[in-house]
Ligand binder design. Structure first.
Ligand code: HEM
Length: 155
């Protein structure tokens, strides 16, 4: 029962992570092509990141509480990285809102710098979770190939 609940939580996390990543890509592509779509996909990304944060809130609180106590270096690094990412993401979103409302070239430059910072931090975030990502992808591939077998068997 608990195993099933854990599995369904993992599945929710996987699809939510994927959706957030797709929105992140959409924000990049629209930045060079369509301002309105860029603003809408940006708003979508803000919502997706907050949902993501909500899904991992317990991790944040539990790890934060143990920060000064014994904590593996990798987890400590993850916490610092996630906090930095949250701050940069908030700056990125706020500067994006300002740029959408008024003409402010200085803020635009700041928005771009925040974007590069966020992209770098995100790359690290994904790299630190690469084992989880790979295992989920392999799991989905195995489900898809299992679903194909009976159909082929009938033929
Ligand atoms: C495009 C944006 C993002 C993507 C694609 C992404 C992806 C992921 C992935 C694949 C995981 C590991 C699997 C899981 O438990 O879901 C994860 C975990 C996590 N993410 Fe993100 N994430 C993004 C942005 C953020 C941001 C901005 C924060 C802000 C703090 C954040 C906080 C966390 C936390 C706390 C965890 C759990 C602990 C950890 O493994 O680091 N994520 N994320």
């Amino acid at each position: 029962m608990q195993n099933r609940r854990k599995r369904s939580k993992t599945r929710i996390n996987f699809w939510q992570d994927l959706m957030t990543f797709i929105l992140f890509l959409a924000v990049i592509f629209t930045a060079f092509s369509d301002t309105v779509l860029h603003q809408w996909s940006g708003a979508g990304l803000v919502a997706a990141v907050f949902i993501h944060l909500g899904l991992h809130w317990r991790w944040f609180v539990a790890t934060g509480r143990r920060f000064t106590k014994k904590l593996p270096h990798r987890i400590r690094l993850k916490l610092i990285l996630n906090l930095a990412m949250l701050v940069v993401f908030l700056l990125l979103s706020c500067s994006g809102i300002i740029v959408a409302l008024i003409y402010a070239p200085g803020v635009t430059t700041f928005h771009i710098v925040c974007f590069y910072l966020f992209a770098g931090l995100l790359a690290l975030h994904l790299a630190l979770n690469w084992k989880w990502i790979l295992s989920q992808l392999l799991h989905i591939i195995s489900i898809l190939s299992r679903q194909k077998k009976p159909i082929l068997g009938k033929i």
